[in-house]
Design a protein around this ligand. Structure first.
Ligand SMILES: Nc1nc2c(ncn2[C@@H]2O[C@H](COP(=O)(O)OP(=O)(O)OP(=O)(O)O)[C@@H](O)[C@H]2O)c(=O)[nH]1
Ligand SMILES: [Mg+2]
Length: 440
């Protein structure tokens, strides 16, 4: 897989997306609606951040875990310097903090984000902090030490929902020399009961970031034995290697993917808010076109012409809705919509056949002429109106989801990346979470 190629295409895709919403030739929100602009401010900012991350080529690694598991110590050990405060008291780290690191053999720069213990800060602000840091992260280190508790397990599964690749780091291995990847994997399996294990054994790393000083007996030249306190060096190589391996193998793809997922989520928010704010205008449009179509169908005595009139009204409705929302998709790019139109046409023709049958029946029992014509016309008009209403709804749904599915759109790029990755990568593990944004 050509990582650089995806990164540069992601950049283009994000630039195009951003300029759709903010560029000089603005396509969306014209004429400007201040309420809408205010509501999407955060989402537009999120798009800008996603693009900024790609431009700067910075890979974010966030350390999460409960208090005192050694989050700060792990980052210090990776940096090879004690930059962050660490200590035996719970809650040494109170706020997230970032530190830049340029690893010797990696192709990208790294920014570590240290966080307070997940059990340290209170409910709502904890969720907000965790979500905001996790959304920034390209890789999460979830740090445990000793037996994994139920709270830890829950925090871990919550973090995995943020669709970020994650390494489970077992710290303080000096205190638990008997533990290994397999034992931790079995613990997770037992905690998850019947559910699939949260991580693979290959995503578990055992380290000792700041081993406890130990007393050693030293024999002097005079033969006297004295007790000395010695601090063993950190055992961090396994984690360093794993991170560098991930960075070199799939760092750029992870960067691209995370930026795209972030941008796609922002775009879906913008689409949803646009639809919400313009709902009344859209309803008016739909009913206006439903009336046109009903008239065209009901008043037209020639079957094929009324069907054509119906198609034209539906197409005009889709165009009108697309331009009302101004989202980055136009009607000619949407095969799904065409399918809906065909189904709708099918029901219209069925309606015609039925009403024809009905009129024949009426002739049979003595009703003739005008009544017969009017009743079949009304039936057809009713079906046509309902059809337009359905098409209008389908178009709204499609325009909302479809805003990310243009040829270089964020969803299209995500799909492309997922279809190209090999099954032994961290990216591949995220693939399973990526089905619900598809358009049916
Ligand atoms: N034995 C042992 N102790 C460690 C190891 N790593 C960290 N510690 C100790 O664990 C304690 C907590 O370390 P911190 O790095 O402050 O942990 P933290 O998760 O950042 O803690 P908070 O910021 O309070 O949430 C400190 O006393 C460290 O010296 C290790 O590998 N072995
Ligand atoms: Mg800390």
């Amino acid at each position: 897989m050509q990582e650089g190629h995806y990164l540069s295409r992601t950049k283009t895709s994000l630039q195009e997306t951003l300029s759709w919403y903010t560029g000089n030739n603005r396509h969306w929100n014209t004429p400007p609606n201040p309420q809408l602009q205010a509501e999407v401010r955060e989402d537009i900012q999120s798009l800008k951040t996603a693009l900024g991350k790609i431009n700067h080529n910075i890979f974010h690694i966030a350390a999460f875990g409960l208090v005192s598991r050694g989050k700060s110590s792990v980052i210090n050990a990776l940096l090879g310097e004690k930059i962050l405060s660490s200590g035996p008291l719970n809650g040494v780290t109170q706020w997230p903090r970032s530190i830049r690191w340029t690893p010797p053999s990696a192709k990208v720069q790294i920014e570590f984000i240290d966080t307070p213990g997940l059990d340290e800060i209170a409910g709502e602000s904890r969720t907000a902090m965790a979500e905001s840091v996790a959304s920034e992260a390209d890789l999460i280190l979830f740090i445990v030490a000793g037996d994994i508790t139920r709270t830890e397990y829950q925090a871990l599964s919550k973090l995995l929902q943020s669709k970020k690749p994650l390494l489970l780091v077992f710290n303080k291995i000096d205190l638990y020399p008997e533990i290994d990847q397999e034992a931790i994997y079995q613990q997770l399996k037992a905690l998850g009961l019947h559910k699939a294990p949260l991580v693979n054994p290959s995503e578990i790393v055992c380290i000792a970031a700041e081993p406890t000083p130990i007393s050693v007996l030293v024999e002097g030249i005079d033969g006297k034995v004295t007790e000395e306190i010695e601090t063993p060096p950190p055992q961090i190589e396994a984690l360093k290697l794993k991170i560098l391996q991930i960075l070199n193998r799939e760092g750029k793809i992870l960067l691209a993917l995370n930026a795209l997922i972030r941008a796609r989520d922002a775009q879906l928010n913008i689409a949803r808010k646009t639809l919400e704010i313009k709902r009344d205008q859209a309803e008016t449009l739909i009913w206006k076109y439903a009336r046109y179509k009903a008239l065209a169908v009901a008043l037209n005595p020639i079957a094929i012409v009324d069907v054509l009139g119906g198609i034209i009204a539906d197409l005009a409705l889709i165009r009108a809705l697309a331009s009302l929302y101004g989202l980055p998709i136009t009607s000619h790019r949407s095969p799904q919509l065409w399918r809906k139109i065909l189904i709708n046409l099918g029901s219209l023709s069925l309606g015609e056949l039925l009403s024809l049958g009905l009129s024949k029946m009426m002739v049979g029992i003595g009703y003739e002429g005008v009544t017969d014509y009017v009743s079949s016309g009304l039936l057809q008009a009713g079906i046509a109106t309902y059809g337009t209403y359905l098409i209008g709804k389908a178009a709204q749904e499609y325009l909302e989801l479809g805003s990310t599915w243009s040829p270089s759109g964020t969803s299209k790029m995500i799909e492309e990346i997922f279809s190209a990755v090999s099954s032994d990568t961290l990216v591949y593990r995220l693939k399973a979470t990526e089905t619900k944004h598809k358009i049916n």
